[in-house]
Design a protein around this ligand. Structure first.
Ligand code: FDP
Length: 325
């Protein structure tokens, strides 16, 4: 019997244990973050189970949002919630307030639900200094001020990917235990990838740098092989593959949508935070994505994210265009 392998298999690193371990590195920590995370995990487990039951899209969207809002408020650790599903931000009743602001998309990629394609929940977490004095400006903060970010993908397995600002870790739900177990420790994105991921149906409206970049992916002039195209059309699934296999995911600006499609607070920021923490980059076409300062909670931004070298290339093309302007 291989005792070493067995010891590893029986020493289960649950997501709660992992986050508690992380907290011991911060002397001032009082366990509030673990409590908040437990409530997020509960929401993810619920959505995972509802998705597996095959609920229809409209019902699932509404249900997922309700579950997350209730789970977050009842944690007693939140003060402001911004959900993709709600027009206005939710300010938590003062009696139940804590110091965290959570921005989230309870069910991203939902147009894919009815055909069984992987979808997910995306979240980002900010912290306020004083829970008694909260304003909307507490969430209109650049992504670099996030304390943590993550997503949960509901696919062939249920995988939660999390960063608390100290690398990226992936946990897979073991349905028989009802626990997320660490299966992908310290995820690092390959420095350069072989895949590009974009909705090419928008190509006729792309700007010069984006069009040139995709042309280079298909017809490289430096002797390298062309990149493969993979586009699921569900951000969590496309970003998950990018994180694990490398490459670039883009939803750029185009003539019809000068700000792209994806939302800054609960799509662009959390995914950019994870990419940087995994050694990749995230760029808006103008600046580092995490430096962007949103002025509206549902604001959109173009985004290019993924392997360090691939994002360097698109940055160079935008810089070249700028210098000719
Ligand atoms: P969906 O419309 O299905 O909710 O922002 C939402 C999103 O999906 C992302 O998950 C996905 O990356 C993107 O939109 C797909 O947009 P296109 O259909 O325009 O390619």
């Amino acid at each position: 019997m291989d005792h070493a392998a067995d010891a590893h298999r029986t020493d289960l690193m649950t997501i709660t244990r992992h986050v508690l371990n992380e907290q011991t590195k911060h002397a001032e920590s009082r366990g509030d973050f673990s409590i908040l995370l437990n409530h997020i995990v509960l929401g993810c487990k619920f959505v995972c189970s509802a998705v597996n039951k095959g609920e229809e899209q409209k019902k699932l969207d509404v249900l997922s949002n309700e579950v997350f809002v209730k789970a977050l408020i009842s944690s007693g650790r939140t003060c402001i919630l911004v959900s993709e599903e709600d027009v206005e931000a939710t300010f938590v009743d003062p009696a139940l307030r804590g110091k965290y602001c959570v921005v989230f998309d309870p069910l991203d990629g939902s147009s894919n639900i009815d055909c069984g394609v992987s979808i997910g929940t995306i979240f980002g977490i900010y912290m306020v200094k004083d829970a008694n004095e909260v304003t909307i400006n507490n969430v209109l903060q650049p992504g670099k001020n996030m304390l943590a970010a993550g997503y949960c993908m509901y696919g062939s397995s249920c995988t939660l990917v999390l960063s608390t600002g100290n690398g990226v870790n992936g946990f897979t739900l073991d349905p028989s235990l009802g626990e997320f177990i660490l299966t992908h420790p310290n995820i690092k994105i390959p420095k350069k990838g072989k895949i590009y991921s974009a909705n090419e149906g928008n190509a006729k409206n792309w700007d010069g740098p984006t069009a040139k970049f995709i042309e280079k992916c298909k017809f490289p002039k430096d002797g390298s092989s062309p990149k493969s195209l993979r586009y699921i059309g569900s951000m969590v699934a496309d970003v998950h593959r990018t994180l694990l296999y490398g490459g670039i995911f883009l939803y750029p600006a185009d003539k019809k949508s000068p700000n792209g499609k994806l939302r800054v607070l609960y799509e662009v920021f959390p995914m950019s935070f994870l990419m940087e923490q995994a050694g990749g980059q995230a760029f808006t076409g103008k600046q580092r994505a995490l430096d962007l300062v949103p002025t509206k909670i549902h604001q959109r931004s173009p985004i290019f994210l993924g392997s360090y070298d691939d994002v360097e290339e698109i940055k160079a093309l935008y810089a070249a265009e700028e210098s000719h302007a």
